[in-house]
Each structure stands twice: as structure tokens, then as C-alpha cells.
Design a protein around this ligand. Structure first.
Ligand code: CMP
Length: 137
């Protein structure tokens, strides 16, 4: 994908052009329709996603726990914690996503630790807000 498009995303906006080019090489841009289920609670995890445009909702045990919009990311918990998906994420409008597969997410963790730290900090805020959304199994 085009590295300059990543500038609008807070997670990547502060990176050097060189590092954004790396992210762009690791990521794909994907359009998905409203209503599509992107992540399913309890499923095995293979990717990390950032919303470029549109909105999505996070549900746990059929209850809505969060609404996500442009710049927000999801799918980090299962990858960072080596667990199954903690919640379901569904597109509530048409969405444009930046999608990173697990191996590329691991490369990003190794090569761009400042991005990994931001992702981890957000994960911890989310867990503090909704401790019930984490299934320790
Ligand atoms: P993961 O467990 O991989 O898959 C479900 C995702 O929903 C999870 O990662 C987070 O990205 C997201 N999520 C879970 N709980 C919250 C929350 N309280 N607020 C925002 N997003 C959440």
C-alpha cells in the first residue's frame, strides 16, 4: 500500500518516512462492506487491523463494549497475548482497513518497538475499562 496514506493514522503518523515505507510493505489495504464480521470471539487470530475509514463495533457475549472509528485498531489482544479472540468486531459502515498478518505484525514488533509500545498501552487501557472482555482460557 501507499506509505503516505499511513500518515493520517495516529499509530503511524509520527514515524519517519522510511519506517512508514516498512509498514506499507507489511500491510494491505482492504475494503469491507457494512455488516461484515471481521473478528469472531473465541477464534484463532491471524491478523491485526487498523481502521482507515468507517466504523466498527466490538461485542462480547452479544453486548456492545466499544465503538471504533478512523485511526482505531483492533485484533492486537490475541496476537500480543497468544490467546483466542477476546471479542467480536463487526463493520457498522463500509470500511477501509489496513490489515497486517501475524508474521508482519511480529516483524513490526521487533523493528518498530515504539509502535508496539503504543499498541500495548491501548490494549492495557481497554482491558482496564472492560476487564470482563478478557477470557483467560
Ligand atoms: P482481539 O482479542 O485480538 O480480538 C477482539 C478485539 O476487540 C481485541 O483484540 C481488541 O482489539 C478489541 N477490543 C476488545 N475489548 C475492547 C475494548 N474494551 N475497547 C475497544 N476494543 C476492544
Amino acid at each position: 500500500m501507499d506509505a503516505d496514506r499511513l500518515k493520517t493514522l495516529p499509530l503511524f503518523g509520527e514515524l519517519s518516512h522510511h519506517d512508514r515505507v516498512k509498514i506499507a510493505r507489511w500491510a494491505d489495504e482492504v475494503d469491507v462492506p457494512e455488516g461484515k464480521r471481521l473478528v469472531t470471539e473465541g477464534a484463532f487470530a491471524h491478523e491485526f487491523m487498523v481502521i482507515e475509514s468507517g466504523t466498527a463495533e466490538v461485542t462480547h457475549d452479544d453486548q456492545r463494549i466499544a465503538e471504533l472509528g478512523p485511526g482505531d485498531f483492533f485484533g492486537e489482544m490475541a496476537l500480543l497475548e497468544h490467546q483466542r479472540r477476546s471479542a467480536t468486531v463487526t463493520a457498522t459502515t463500509d470500511l477501509r482497513l489496513v490489515v497486517m498478518h501475524e508474521r508482519d505484525f511480529r516483524a513490526m514488533e521487533d523493528e518498530l518497538p515504539e509502535v508496539a509500545r503504543m499498541i500495548r498501552a491501548t490494549m492495557q487501557e481497554r482491558r482496564a475499562r472492560n476487564p470482563g472482555s478478557i477470557d483467560p482460557s
